[in-house]
Design a protein around this ligand. Structure first.
Ligand code: UT7
Length: 332
C-alpha cells in the first residue's frame, strides 16, 4: 500500500492595510531608509490598527481566504493549529477563536508557540495527524501581531517586525507529493538573546513590568544573527542532503523572512540561485510565524505540481527547522 502523506491543498493569507514605511519610522526613532534597507532588506511592513484587534482577526481572514479558494465546507475541518507568539489572550487558544469564527465547529484546535519557526513546527505536527490516519482535513495557520509586542522607541527591533498571517489546508494523499521530510530543533540556551520577559507566569503584569518596558520583544540582534545564519543554513543543507536534493532539483527555497542577509547566506549554503528564493521581506518585514505561509500565499501561482520546496526558519527559543514539501497542485 502506498504511503499516506499530508499534501498542502490550499493556501490563504491576510495582511492588514496600514503600511508602516521606513520613512515613517525615521520620524519615530533615529534611523534611516538606507540603514534599514542595506542591513535588513525591509522597505515597509503592515500594521494591524484599531481597538480589540488581536492576531485572530488576521487568522480568521486568512482561513476565510483559503476556504473561498478551496470551496470546502468548514464543518469538515478536523483540526486547527495556530502557530503564534502573540495570541489574543493567554487562554483560550487563538486557534479556538478562529475555528469557531470560520464555522469549523467539528474541529479541535490548539496554539503552538515556537516563535519564527512556529509555522514549520505546526506544519510538521499537522502532517503527523494526517499521516496517523485519524484526521483528513487539518488547517495550519502561522501569524503574529508583532506590533503588539514591539517597542516603537527601540530602533534595533521596531524596524524589523510587522503583522500578518497565512494558512494552509492539509489533506491525505497517496501520490508522491506533500510533506516529505522535516528536521526541527530547539535550544533553550537561546532564551537570553531573544525573549519577552513579562506577561507570563514568571513575571506577571505589574506596574514595575510596565515601567521597565518588559512587555516588549528583547533581542540581541547581532548574536541572534550569528546563530540564525549558521543554523538555518545547516539544517536546510541537512534536509536537502538526506533527501538527495541538489541546487538543480530544489525548485524553491522558502526562508523565514527575518533579514535579507540571513536569507542570502542560507541560499548560498544550499547553492541555490537567487531566482529560486522566494522573498517578500521588503513588503512585510518579519511577521514571525507568518513569514513562510505568506510566501506561499504571495507566490502560490508560481508553484507547480511536483515542485520541490525547501522551507527553513530560525527564531526565538532558540528554535529552528527545515521542511521539504513536494507541491501538490497547479493553480488555475
Ligand atoms: O526572526 C527571529 C530571529 N531574529 C533575527 O533573525 C534577527 C537577527 N538580527 C538581525 O537581523 C540584525 O542583527 C539587526 C537587523 C537586528 C541589526 O543589524 P546589525 O547589522 O546586526 O546591527 P548591529 O546591531 O550590530 O548594530 C550596528 C550599528 C550600531 O551602532 P554602533 O554601535 O556601531 O555605533 C547600532 O546602534 O547600527 C546601529 N543601529 C542602527 N542604526 C540606524 C541599530 N539599529 C539601527 C537602526 N538605524 N534602526
Amino acid at each position: 500500500m502506498s504511503k499516506v502523506r499530508a499534501a498542502i491543498t490550499g493556501v490563504g493569507g491576510y495582511v492588514p492595510d496600514y503600511i508602516l514605511t521606513n520613512k515613517e519610522l525615521e520620524s519615530m526613532v533615529e534611523t534611516n531608509d538606507e540603514w534599514i534597507t542595506s542591513r535588513t532588506g525591509i522597505k515597509e511592513r503592515r500594521i494591524l490598527k484599531g481597538e480589540n484587534q488581536g492576531v485572530s482577526v488576521m487568522g480568521i481572514a486568512a482561513v476565510k481566504d483559503m476556504l473561498a479558494k478551496t470551496i470546502i465546507d468548514p464543518k469538515e475541518i478536523d483540526l486547527v493549529i495556530f502557530a503564534t507568539v502573540t495570541p489574543d489572550m493567554t487562554f483560550p487558544a487563538t486557534a479556538n477563536i478562529v475555528a469557531t469564527a470560520v464555522g469549523a465547529t467539528n474541529a479541535f484546535s490548539f496554539d503552538m508557540g515556537a516563535a519564527c519557526s512556529g509555522f514549520l513546527y505546526a506544519l510538521a505536527t499537522g502532517s503527523s495527524f494526517i499521516q496517523s490516519g485519524m484526521y483528513k482535513k487539518v488547517v495550519v495557520i502561522g501569524g503574529d501581531k508583532m506590533s503588539a509586542i514591539v517597542d516603537y522607541t527601540d530602533r534595533t527591533t521596531c524596524i524589523i517586525f510587522g503583522d500578518g498571517a497565512g494558512c494552509v489546508l492539509l489533506e491525505p494523499t497517496t501520490e508522491d507529493v506533500g510533506v516529505i521530510d522535516y528536521m526541527l530543533k530547539s535550544d533553550g540556551s537561546g532564551e537570553s538573546y531573544l525573549h519577552m520577559k513579562a506577561g507570563g507566569s514568571r513575571m506577571p503584569a505589574s506596574h514595575n513590568s510596565v515601567d521597565t518596558r518588559s512587555h516588549y520583544v528583547y533581542q540581541e540582534g547581532s548574536a541572534v544573527y550569528k546563530f540564525a545564519v549558521t543554523n538555518m543554513a545547516d539544517i536546510s543543507a541537512q534536509v536537502a542532503e538526506r533527501n538527495k536534493l541538489t541546487a538543480e532539483t530544489i525548485d524553491w527555497l522558502l526562508p523565514h523572512q527575518a533579514n535579507k542577509r540571513i536569507i542570502d547566506a542560507t541560499a548560498s549554503r544550499v547553492g541555490i540561485s537567487e531566482d529560486k528564493v522566494l522573498m517578500n521581506i521588503e513588503r512585510y518585514g518579519n511577521t514571525t510565524a507568518g513569514t513562510i505561509p505568506l510566501l506561499l500565499w504571495d507566490f502560490e501561482k508560481k508553484l507547480k505540481k511536483g515542485d520541490n520546496l525547501l522551507m527553513a526558519a530560525f527564531g526565538g527559543g532558540f528554535t529552528w527547522g527545515s521542511v521539504y514539501v513536494k507541491w501538490a497542485y497547479n493553480t488555475h
